[in-house]
Design a protein. Structure first.
Ligand code: PEP
Ligand code: MN
Length: 360
């Protein structure tokens, strides 16, 4: 549930509400809405719900108390109607601009990273990606350069000015990755690693969570909920394809997830057509498709010599291909932005969307 404070409520009344919530063994989360303060009540409410709603509703300064029927609370549009904008250095994700995260699957050497970073920056990428710790299906495959790669990423940020995103695979890597990187990435294989999600929730860096290949949209939102509940509101979601019976593509890119997520949550949504398709020639059309359905941006793997890459050689674009993709993405993004306020078919109101979806 969340408590909407009256616009005239003072400090003492706000403290009174928060104190009551804490006294119940629950946690208050404040959100300054456009007009008034909203306080989410998070925790195991159980059978106390009705009684608690009445008790909180009777406190001075409280305007209304509304239940949140979804299992995801802090990440829901019900609690937080405005879009979250994640700001990192000069980049903003979710503000209506086109976010383009680009760079190699793995950081392989200083030269490989710098050449890629300079080319993607010149082509208009807004964030540099590069894997330092690599989750590989085979223990015999290249596992990443680790901390050495983190240093190259930090140097590449110095050269290009681009913020850096890289994957963190374990809770005990969170501090070191946060020391070098601007955004932490939680990979598909770790989307339900709850100790990692909690650890990422305790650092002062934005986190991008990639959808697990067997995860529902609700499970992705619950993963994000862990991070926000642990204290980190700067979460970005990434649709990177789910596993289906199809074998021509590495995964099946769930484009419907993008508008669905935008309806259910205030968090920005990125699509990753590189891991979703696993095929170089499918990356541009699916990147365009992701932006066309309203993604806040894309993540694209780029390598100076893709065929020689130490990981994911089949899906990385070369530098020229990436430049051409950037040129194609911009007009699509502009077109989608200009249509934003003109829904062709109205969907269910955000608050009722899960129920409405369940019925169809
Ligand atoms: C990656 O982006 O480097 C990666 C490993 O992706 P995913 O976790 O989506 O497989
Ligand atoms: Mn990869």
């Amino acid at each position: 549930m969340f408590v909407v404070m009256s616009p005239t409520a003072g400090e003492a009344e706000i403290l009174g509400v928060k104190g009551r919530i804490l006294a119940e063994g629950l946690t208050p989360y404040e959100h300054a809405g456009a007009r008034q303060l909203v306080i989410a009540v998070v925790g195991e409410v159980g059978a106390r719900r009705e009684e608690l709603m009445q008790r909180l509703g009777g406190l001075p300064g409280v305007e209304t108390v509304t239940p949140i029927s979804r299992p995801f609370k802090l990440t829901s549009r019900e609690f937080h109607p405005e879009d979250t904008v994640v700001r990192v250095l000069d980049a903003a994700v979710g503000d209506g601009s086109l976010t383009v995260m680009a760079g190699p699957c793995s950081v392989e050497s200083r030269d490989q990273l710098f050449e890629t970073a300079e080319a993607v920056a010149a082509a208009g990428a807004t964030i540099l990606r590069g894997g330092a710790f690599k989750p590989r299906t085979s223990p015999y495959s290249f596992q990443g350069l680790g901390v050495e790669a983190l240093r190259y990423l930090a140097d590449a940020r110095e050269r290009t000015g681009l913020p850096v995103i890289t994957e963190v695979m374990e809770p005990n890597q969170v501090d070191i990755v946060a020391e070098y990187a601007d955004i932490l990435q939680i990979g598909a294989r770790n989307m339900q690693n709850y100790s990692l999600l909690n650890a990422a929730g305790r650092v002062a860096r934005p986190v991008m969570v990639k959808r697990g290949f067997g995860a529902t949209i609700e499970e992705l939102l619950m993963a994000a909920e862990y991070i926000v509940a642990a204290g980190n509101p700067n979460v970005i979601l990434c649709e990177r394809g789910i596993r289906t019976f199809e074998t021509y593509t590495r995964n099946t890119m769930d484009l419907a997830a993008v508008p669905l997520l935008h309806r259910l949550t205030h968090l920005p949504v990125i699509v990753d057509p590189s891991h979703a398709t696993g095929k170089r020639w499918l990356v541009p059309p699916l990147a365009l498709g992701g932006v066309a359905v309203g993604a806040d941006g894309v993540m694209i793997e780029v390598h100076p010599d893709p065929d020689a890459a130490l990981s994911d050689p089949e899906q990385q674009l070369d530098l020229a291909q990436f430049g051409r993709l950037m040129a194609a993405l911009r007009p699509i993004h502009d077109q989608v932005q200009s249509m934003k306020d003109h829904a062709i078919v109205d969907g269910p109101a955000a608050a009722g969307v899960v129920d409405a979806l369940a019925k169809h």
